[in-house]
Design a protein. Sequence first.
Length: 137
Amino acid sequence: MLGGAVSGPVASGGMGDLRVLPKARLLSVGGFLLGAAAPFTLPIGRQEAYLGAGAPTLTPTVLAELQDVLPVRLLANVGVAVRRGRSLGNLKVSSAFTYGLGAELRSRCAVSRSQPWLRSRERQTSSAEARSNGPSS
């Protein structure tokens, strides 16, 4: 897929780079939330086995969320992945613009005490409590 031959054996598994993901909430107004994240990696994976980047990376990101205003929860993020350039076959990889969009439709269904499986559990608990307490005087 990348073109060219692989120069040596490729590991079938192993430990990749260590990724740390610090986040902070910067602003909260009504249902609008704004935050920042600064994920970074530390190069502990072997680059020649395609388990790591071979250098530290940093991806500063702005996070936004809109919740409890619409029937859906909306999320968006935008950032820049700052990393050293490298070649993988005929593919050249370096710093890049990153983004993400998401939506969540929350379920209105909640477990209530009227559920049959819960009622039978309550009966078992009540019976066990009555046996352990004995007859009341």
